[in-house]
Design a protein around this ligand. Structure first.
Ligand SMILES: Cc1ncc(COP(=O)(O)O)c(C=O)c1O
Length: 366
């Protein structure tokens, strides 16, 4: 079959090809995905026990009243400022579909989360890439912000993706930098904060603060990362009421199941659990990084603020060497902006798993 004109140039399968090979993942120790190292709050099981027949028989609440009220309370906004998705990924897919016409461009800081590029490619639109530098630890500094503003104003760019903190590098942008982009361009700006709880479980430094009547800002959050609920598929976006009513009109009405709504509400209510998870993740990550730094030839790309670490070896192919030992890490050897440099991304897991990875890396690099 042939795809339609929007998908004619789409190369999605190449982007994440290693996920589609016929390998038995059960044989692998996995460090490739982005889940939390720690379990979600046990209160989720109390909620699941209350599940009754109508919760499965009837359609879910398409307006997500209770859940939006809770999200609004956390972020100190109105419930009308919240839209939802089956994971924030669904909203990432929807944004270019709603906002880009043929010939429009989107802009992203590279390297970044591949789905920003993917969702734009599915609309047959181009991406303007602003490359951060390896020699500067992929920092998003004021030079990068200036470049974004210049390119966005010169280039017919309609959409800007900002990932804060960024995946895979884990580096941060300041609210002041994001504000500059908002103030100095007319583009629609998406600030993806899927990993933001790892830097601030209090929500105080979220870009939601910058909405303040702006119609061109959407802040995305996810329950898949620090909350530990990747399997539930729930994410949300916060923006001005007018912006959100537009997104709500076009999202699928029943994109969140009753199960995901109830479970999401339970985790959002247990703020103490989130704070503990973030604290434990930070401690275990510091230990892991300390160990990694003692392995000869390993280079850690950036000062990561999240649960992911981007690294390479000065001359070894870490992806292949680990793969041979049945250890799967995320393959960034040919990711945009990192081509040919041998990078892989690992996820912080529990102590035993981290120790195992360090041991394998020591063996490979000895
Ligand atoms: C930066 C970033 N944004 C969004 C997502 C999508 O998350 P989900 O669809 O699980 O909410 C991910 C997942 O890896 C991510 O790393």
């Amino acid at each position: 079959m042939k795809p339609n004109r929007f998908l004619s140039n789409y190369v999605g399968e190449e982007v994440s090809s290693y996920l589609y090979k016929e390998e038995d993942f059960a044989e692998f120790k996995r460090f490739d995905m982005g889940e939390s190292a720690f379990p979600f709050t046990p209160k989720v099981f109390d909620e699941i026990k209350k599940f009754n027949e109508s919760d499965m028989h009837d359609y879910p609440d398409p307006c997500l009243f209770e859940l939006k009220k809770k999200i609004a309370e956390i972020f100190k906004v109105k419930p009308e400022m919240v839209t939802t998705g089956a994971g924030s990924d669904e909203i990432i897919e929807l944004i270019p579909r709603l906002l880009l016409n043929e010939g429009d461009k989107a802009l992203a800081i590279i390297p970044t989360f591949f789905r920003f590029l993917d969702s734009v490619a599915r609309m047959n639109c181009e991406i303007t890439m602003i490359h951060t530098k390896e020699a500067e630890s992929f920092a998003i500094n004021d030079n990068i912000i200036e470049k974004i503003i210049r390119e966005a104003n010169d280039d017919g760019v309609k959409l800007i993706w900002l990932c804060n903190p960024n995946n895979p590098t884990g580096v941060m942008m300041s609210l002041e930098q994001i504000k500059q982009v908002l103030d100095k361009t007319d583009c629609f700006v998406v600030v993806d904060e899927a990993l933001h709880e790892f830097i601030d479980p209090t929500f105080k430094s979220s870009a939601v603060k910058l909405i303040d009547g702006r119609k061109n800002l959407l802040v995305l959050r996810s329950l898949s990362k620090a909350y530990g609920l990747a399997g539930i598929r729930f994410g949300f976006g916060i923006g001005d009421e007018e912006t959100i009513s537009f997104f709500e009109k076009f999202r699928l009405p029943y994109n969140s199941s009753t199960l995901s709504q109830k479970v999401a509400l339970a985790v959002l209510k247990d703020h103490e659990h989130l704070k503990r998870t973030v604290q434990k993740t930070s401690e275990i990550k510091s230990e892991l990084i300390k160990e990694l730094k003692t392995i000869s030839g390993i280079h850690i790309a950036s000062e990561t603020m999240t649960n992911t670490i981007l690294l390479k070896h000065k001359d070894k192919d870490l992806f292949s060497d680990l793969h041979k030992r049945k250890v799967l890490v995320a393959d960034f050897r040919n990711a945009n902006g990192l081509e040919g440099r041998g990078y892989v991304r690992i996820i912080v897991r529990d102590k035993d798993m981290n120790d195992f990875l360090v041991k394998e890396l020591r063996d490979i690099c000895s």
